[in-house]
Design a protein around this ligand. Structure first.
Ligand code: HEM
Length: 143
């Protein structure tokens, strides 16, 4: 390990560098309308997610990149497809999507500031309320 310089910045050895992937993922030089939730932006272009194109690093990059990447990519569609296939997802009562707060709590990982309840109606009958909670709400329930 040794001191180094990157883009004019001095990085002393043993210094902990935290990459702001959130800001990179919203950089207007790389993303059109970066603040808009547009998953379809990925439909007609192939953006590498494995850490080779630095504007999109959901699993990090380099030697400390996520070792669970292959497992996640192999299973995530299966999990999501099962949840969507088996349940009809609704908001309770008169609540509308626009009423929900999508504010994020500060931290190294992104989580919701306020929790909300979803109603998962089984497509084969029955319904259950599923509470989507932030970690603080989970901790307070466990106590
Ligand atoms: C969609 C699912 C996942 C995403 C988006 C994700 C994302 C990430 C990110 C961004 C990092 C930090 C990488 C860096 O520092 O550059 C990381 C690290 C890590 N992930 Fe994941 N991850 C996911 C699933 C998983 C799974 C399923 C496992 C284990 C089975 C896992 C195990 C780890 C471990 C052990 C690290 C620490 C690696 C290290 O610091 O050397 N991840 N992950």
């Amino acid at each position: 390990m040794e001191d180094t310089k990157i883009l004019g910045y001095s990085i002393p050895k043993k210094c902990r560098v935290i990459i702001n992937a959130w800001a990179i993922g919203r950089h207007p030089d790389y993303w059109e309308m970066p603040e808009e939730f547009q998953p379809e932006r990925f439909l007609n272009r192939s953006v590498d997610y494995k850490g080779h194109e630095f504007q999109f690093i959901p699993f990090g990059a380099g030697r400390r990149a996520c070792p669970g990447m292959a497992f996640s990519v192999a299973t995530i569609k299966l999990v999501l497809a099962n949840l969507l296939n088996r349940f009809e997802w609704k908001l309770p009562g008169e609540l509308r999507g626009e009423d929900l707060s999508m504010d994020e709590a500060p931290g190294l990982t992104t989580r919701k500031k306020a929790s909300f309840v979803l109603v998962a109606e089984s497509r084969t009958g029955g319904s259950e309320g599923i509470e989507v909670m932030d970690s603080a709400a989970i901790a307070s329930k466990e106590m």
